[in-house]
Design a protein around this ligand. Structure first.
Ligand code: CUA
Length: 319
């Protein structure tokens, strides 16, 4: 999977980590071959033991000196290689820790088991709340401020940067930069409970203009539906339990337990990267999320077929 791989770096930090990884693999491979060759040489060379006056095997002339030299040389080379990597690693760590002038700051808040995403802005009307999907402009360093509301999670999008923990009550930060447009998958890299494995997210790197267009569209509340089915769906959503936990901008739904659904229709996945966002999956998710992601906070919902269809039409219309 190229879109979730340390070996396909798409930004400067991932390139630095990838470079270190390839050097370590290369040197380890060379060391492995040398050790095997030395072992084969020693086994094949063998030779008969030389017997001393009492019939006891004695080492040949000068063998001790050769052995001492070989072992000392081996230790020296090992130390040199390890120190070289130590300094290389420090260098990479330093480069990763340096935060360049940031163009954009995004808050990432860990929940069991989803990602709350907040685009900060000095102007409150331009603060965007979304979930499980981070859009960024290509070629720009983006600062991520990480925190958690429950347990320790870890943010990891391998194509863009290394891991960084999200710790309750403490803000950490990291940054990502994608030099190639694309969709990069990330996932929680710290065991955080039952559905840790289904706590994924997507980073969508877009050319600047497309990113700006996306942001502008996300900042606008979707107008009330004109389609009668979607309108009926909105009523079901607002009257039922959905609105207790979810927010949809421009409506009376202000719940904060679950992800903000203001533009759910435009998202790639449901359940934090658990399933693709399709009509069929959305229906399955609403009716029985527990069978898709057991333990998730969202309860099952027994809806009349007509109400279910309406609510799906409504949610998919939230582009
Ligand atoms: Cu969150 Cu593992």
């Amino acid at each position: 999977m190229d879109h979730q791989s340390v070996l396909h770096p798409a930004g400067p930090m991932a390139h630095a980590i990838g470079g270190l990884w390839w050097w370590m693999l290369g040197v380890a491979a060379v060391v492995y071959v040398i050790v095997l060759a030395a072992f084969a040489y020693a086994s094949l060379r063998g030779g008969r033991p030389v017997l001393g006056p009492e019939g006891v095997a004695v080492p040949p002339e000068g063998a001790h000196r050769t052995m001492r030299r070989t072992v000392s040389g081996g230790i020296l080379v090992t130390l040199l290689v390890l120190f070289a990597f130590l300094f290389y690693d420090f260098g990479v760590g330093r480069a990763l820790a340096e935060h360049p002038a940031k163009a954009l700051t995004i808050k990432v808040i860990g929940h069991q088991w989803w990602w709350e995403i907040v685009y900060n802005d000095p102007d409150p009307s331009r603060i965007l709340h979304t979930a499980n999907e981070i859009h960024i402009p290509v070629g720009v360093p983006v600062q991520l401020e990480l925190s958690s509301v429950d347990v320790i999670h870890s943010f990891w999008v391998p194509n863009l940067n290394g891991k960084r923990d999200l710790v309750p009550g403490y803000t950490t930060s990291t940054w990502v930069q994608a030099d190639t447009a694309g969709v990069y998958r990330g996932q929680c890299a710290e065991f955080c409970g039952y559905q840790h494995a289904k706590m994924a997210l997507y980073v969508v790197a877009q050319p600047r203009q497309r990113f700006e267009a996306w942001l502008a569209a996300q900042l606008v509340a979707t107008p009330p539906p004109t389609d009668s089915v979607a309108l009926a769906g909105q009523k079901v959503f607002l009257a039922g339990p959905c609105s207790n936990c979810h927010t949809i901008a421009g409506t009376s739904a202000h719940g904060t337990v679950g992800p903000d659904l203001s533009h759910l229709g435009s998202r790639l996945s449901l359940g934090a990267g658990t399933i693709p966002n399709t009509i069929g999956n959305l229906a399955g998710w609403i009716v029985d999320p527990q069978s898709i992601k057991p333990g998730v906070d969202m309860p099952s919902n027994q809806l009349e077929a007509r109400d279910l269809q309406a609510i799906i039409r409504y949610l998919e219309s939230l582009q």
